[in-house]
Design a protein around this ligand. Structure first.
Ligand code: BMP
Length: 269
């Protein structure tokens, strides 16, 4: 069976990566495939929205460098809320550098990303070394449940993350099954590729999801939860559509319901 016709529970049961298993189990348990892109500017606002919307999301995505007051209280708060509300933390850091530099940015530095973020992302623009570097830190870093998503496409107008770049993203992902969980992309990429193996199951996270807008004034381009899920997405990343709504709690429930219905439609036998 193609992975997109399987349920999250079935995929959890047969996946070999413990973090992907956990992610699918959370989705199944909470009946949500929503990833909240919590692009807020203070720790207080970030933790408040994580606390109130936490029960409705599978993953909280951060841009931790947007915060004006990042510190130990941010890490403590996020970690505590992730446990309490049963979601994972994804730092949208988009690493792009030589492997040696990226290891330093990931493992230590001001942001301590490896310490608190279950998931990070990276682009293969620098070549395979960047993924090799992150994989090494994940395998040898002494913390379990850490993984990478390769940024295989982008939603902004004129994006150059297309064609050969996207194809090689998938090829590199196949070489690091212990740490590469899947992709950030607008649609399913891997199972159509000629080198796909029968058992591989990459997770697709899709940004640029919005129920009511087509885009913004700076090149962002949106699709709906329904089209994203129909295209093979597994997790829907929404930011302003949720936190920018008049009532974010009502909004997150709408995205949860739309995403879950589209998933059930796809996974039903
Ligand atoms: P919004 O739903 O408010 O447009 O936010 C989208 C989020 O996803 C932002 O955090 C942005 O940085 C991120 N993102 C994106 O929009 N397109 C991509 O191709 C990759 C991203 O990480």
């Amino acid at each position: 069976a193609s992975k997109s016709t399987l349920s999250y529970a079935q995929r959890a049961a047969r996946h070999s990566n413990p973090l992907v298993k956990k992610l699918f189990e959370i989705a199944e348990r909470k009946k949500t495939n929503v990833v909240l892109s919590a692009d807020l500017a203070s720790t207080k606002e970030l933790l408040a929205i994580a606390d109130s919307l936490g029960p409705h999301i599978a993953v909280l995505k951060t841009h931790i460098d947007i915060l004006s007051d990042f510190g130990p209280a941010t890490i403590r708060g996020l970690t505590e809320l992730a446990q309490r509300h049963d979601f994972l933390l994804f730092e949208d850091r988009k690493f792009v550098d030589i492997g040696n530099t990226v290891q330093k940015q990931y493992k230590g530095g001001a942001l301590m990303i490896h310490e608190w973020a279950h998931i990070v992302n990276a682009t293969i623009l620098p070549g395979e070394g960047i993924i090799q570097a992150l994989d090494q830190t994940i395998r040898e870093g002494g913390i379990t449940e850490r993984g990478v998503l390769i940024l295989a496409e982008m939603t902004s107008k004129g994006s150059l993350a297309v064609g050969e770049y996207t194809r090689v993203s998938v090829e590199i992902a196949r070489k690091y099954p212990q740490s590469v969980l899947g992709f950030v992309s607008t649609k399913e990429l891997s199972s159509h590729s000629p080198n796909a193996t029968r058992d591989e199951d990459f997770v697709v996270f899709t940004t640029g999801v919005n129920l009511s807008s087509k885009g913004d004034a700076l090149g962002q381009q949106y699709q709906t939860p329904t089209t994203a899920m129909a295209g093979g997405s597994d997790f829907l990343i929404a930011g302003r559509g949720i936190y920018g709504a008049k009532d974010p709690l009502i909004a997150v429930k709408e995205y949860q319901q739309a995403g879950w219905e589209a998933y059930e439609q796809r996974a039903s036998p």
